[in-house]
Design a protein around this ligand. Sequence first.
Ligand code: GDP
Length: 418
Amino acid sequence: VSETRLYQPNDKSPLQIFVRAKKKINDIYGEIEEYVNEATTFINALHSDAEIVDKAERELFESYVYKVAAIREVLQRDHMKVAFFGRTSNGKSSVINAMLREKILPSGIGHTTNCFCQVEGSDGGEAYLIKEGSDEKLNVVNIKQLANALSQEKLSESSLVRIFWPRERCSLLRDDVVFVDSPGVDVSANLDDWIDNHCINADVFVLVLNAESTMTRAEKQFFHTVSQKLSKPNIFILNNRWDASANEPESQESVKSQHTERCIDFLTKELKVTNEKEAAERVFFVSARETLQARIEESKGNPPHMGAIAEGFQIRYFEFQDFERKFEECISQSAVKTKFQQHSSRGKSVSGDMRSMLDNIYERITIFRNLKQDQKNLLTERIQGTETQMMQVTREMKMKIHNMVEEVEEKVSKALNE
Ligand code: GDP
């Protein structure tokens, strides 16, 4: 992967909410793991003494070790996922490229995305792709090669190609955002499969529309199915190709308000996923192609307007940035909630359960220790009693012997005298 400037990290990005939460929960789970391992080692050492810990308890402790290790693994892989939908050629791949600030996904005529493409960060500066059902890393040197690799084999429309792109090339990849591009919603009858296989864990959906036409039934139907399967999905709507409106300045405002009204109605009255106020913050008028060109110019050190396609570039460019900001806030908050809330309550219940089990064991140990102490005391008392008895007996014996000797002596001297 070649010469584009490396992205400068921006720690004020709303994505940092997720990044910091992920670090924190991973650290906490690291501590829980240590605690669980230590406790299990301790319990196993006690196990030989069946009076204190039984087999079932020991197995329960061991099950926590596996449980915590499994959660830690999931946590390390957790990311924020955004999925893009819309008709073919509305500009889904272009929007993703504009957000990534680089032409990564092939777009345009002859490059119809005919399977799901997931773009995610790779460590170590490598760019490669992995096809579904294979572990083989196919090296990607440039966009042309990627496009060829994607079109070489006939991939099923619901299969997934994962494209790994160096994290340090883009802040969104660095901060664990994963992008999913889909085949056009107009080409598939398997919406259920699509949603089950690729969308269930998406934090945000972006519907990319063509601002030059109206929303189609296929586009609406897809989101109806999504909102039946997921409770209140986060949906953003991009009216793309808005640069085309510059050709008809007299109708621009009326077209915009018509589209806005329809999009807000769709989100609030049809899908019922949000309220009017929030919906108004979810609808944007952008030009993905222009934004991408502007960013490529920026990366070469040129002013962004060199990428302009038509009049009104600045407004569209700001609108795209505004979309990105709101998108970042939404995805990081949603991902923290959906991904970490469950893990943190599981962590709490595991450590709570272990604590009460250890409390029980401690109690049993205390009882056991007291019992032993009592037995010891009893034994000591008995020994002491025996000693006193012995002394008594000895004393009595001594007296008896003494008396006997005296008696014998008396008898002997008496006999001698006689
Ligand atoms: P997809 O099939 O939805 O992924 O659409 P693509 O991103 O491949 O875009 C299809 C074609 O539309 C490409 O030639 C893009 O350059 C072009 N395109 C995408 N976005 C815009 C835009 O905002 N304005 C203009 N004028 N063309 C665009």
